[in-house]
Design a protein around this ligand. Structure first.
Ligand code: PEP
Ligand code: MN
Length: 364
């Protein structure tokens, strides 16, 4: 099913000279000085088109900094007047929309915790009727493509034609490398429904930490994303929210210099169906390997535990049970049990090798 939304191209509302759109700025607007100084740093480096700053912050737990609210909106106006950068804030209620528009914010975005709730999104859509403002929609926190698509349908239903998707990753139940798992294939699948909607990568909220920003940014560019939204703060370590994932404007400029921008523009139909399917396979294979890597790290922990408690590496009963359960799972997923069995023999062999290595580490 392909829904046809009436969407205007990115260059109808922001001039990037054919380059990827860059949105940068602090997670939250904290003080006037902080907003202005960060905006100056970003503008002086010349890489960004839009200044972002959260004014109303949806915090997962109460008690953390929830944003300065209306008080911060004039700071953004000042930053725009001084630097020429357009401004963007997150809106979660019709009142936020009204205030953002009152203070001349140029671009609105809907946060991941809002996209999950169709009532909420519909309220926002109703408040946007008759308004001409670009709206970016983050993926919902949970990996549900339909919710993301549905949010676009609702906002488009209000007559908004300037839209973009922000891929910020999906929250995960277990500890993983990333704060939010990218699950790139969901964004690729999104493109098969709405190829005309620009895709903007949010490596900051995927990463959760500075060290991972470059690789995630490169990945988004390799997938021909149309732009990036990255958090930048004059003094990241002192940030009132998301401190560990922010970069100073200078560090962000340096990071972006190291990125290979493979294509100037995405172009909605450059990709044949064949390319699209191959891209999906590439993404899925990469995720398979990421899962394998997580599995190996658990195997390693298990090896350490066995070593410290003097338990043998191989326990036949356990192996038998693994064997049978995987074959059953394979059947229920319509996979050939024989093939899955072979696969697990290899995986198991590698696990035994790894655990033996861990055992020997102490003996060595
Ligand atoms: C943010 O952009 O600071 C934010 C709150 O992001 P998300 O909605 O992706 O969690
Ligand atoms: Mn943030």
């Amino acid at each position: 099913m392909k829904a046809n939304l009436d969407v205007l191209p990115l260059d109808s509302w922001v001039n990037t000279g054919g380059k990827p759109l860059i949105i940068a700025g602090p997670c939250s607007a904290e003080t006037e000085e902080q907003v202005l100084e960060t905006a100056r740093g970003i503008a002086n480096n010349g890489f960004a088109h839009i200044l972002r700053a959260g004014v109303w912050k949806p915090r997962t737990r109460p008690g953390s900094f929830e944003g300065k609210g209306e008080e911060a909106l004039p700071w953004l106006q000042k930053a725009k007047a001084e630097t020429g950068l357009l401004t963007a804030v997150e809106v979660a209620t019709p009142q936020h929309v009204e205030l953002a528009l009152k203070y001349g914010v140029d671009v609105l975005w809907i946060g991941a915790r809002t996209t999950v709730n169709p009532f909420n999104v519909q309220d926002l859509a109703d408040s946007l009727k008759g308004v001409d403002v670009p709206v970016l929609i983050k993926n919902p926190v949970n990996p549900d493509l339909a919710l993301w698509l549905g949010a676009f349908e609702r906002i488009a239903g209000a007559g908004i034609k300037k839209m973009g998707a922000i891929h910020r990753g999906f929250s995960n139940a277990q500890e993983t490398k990333y704060r939010n798992s990218p699950m790139w294939q969901i964004a690729v699948e999104f493109k098969t429904f709405f190829p005309q909607i620009p895709m903007i990568g949010d490596p900051s909220h995927m990463a959760g930490k500075r060290a991972l920003l470059a690789e995630l940014t490169q990945r988004a560019m390799d997938l021909n994303y149309d732009g990036l939204i990255i958090e930048s703060h004059r003094n990241p370590d002192e940030a009132w929210s998301d401190a560990s994932q922010q970069l100073t404007p200078d560090a962000l400029a340096d990071m972006l210099k190291g990125i290979e921008f493979r294509k100037a523009t995405y172009g909605s139909d450059f990709q044949s169906e064949l390319d699209r399917l191959r891209e999906r396979l590439d993404n899925l294979d990469r995720e398979l390997l990421e899962v394998l890597a997580s599995r190996m790290s658990v195997v390693e922990q298990l090896g350490e535990y066995k070593r410290d408690n003097n338990v043998a590496v191989l326990q036949l009963n356990r192996w038998k049970q693994v064997h049978e359960s995987r074959a059953d799972w394979a059947k229920s997923l319509n996979l050939y049990p024989e093939v899955v069995e072979e696969l697990f023999k290899l995986i198991h062999m590698e696990s035994i090798r790894k655990q033996t290595e861990v055992m020997n580490q102490q003996n060595a």
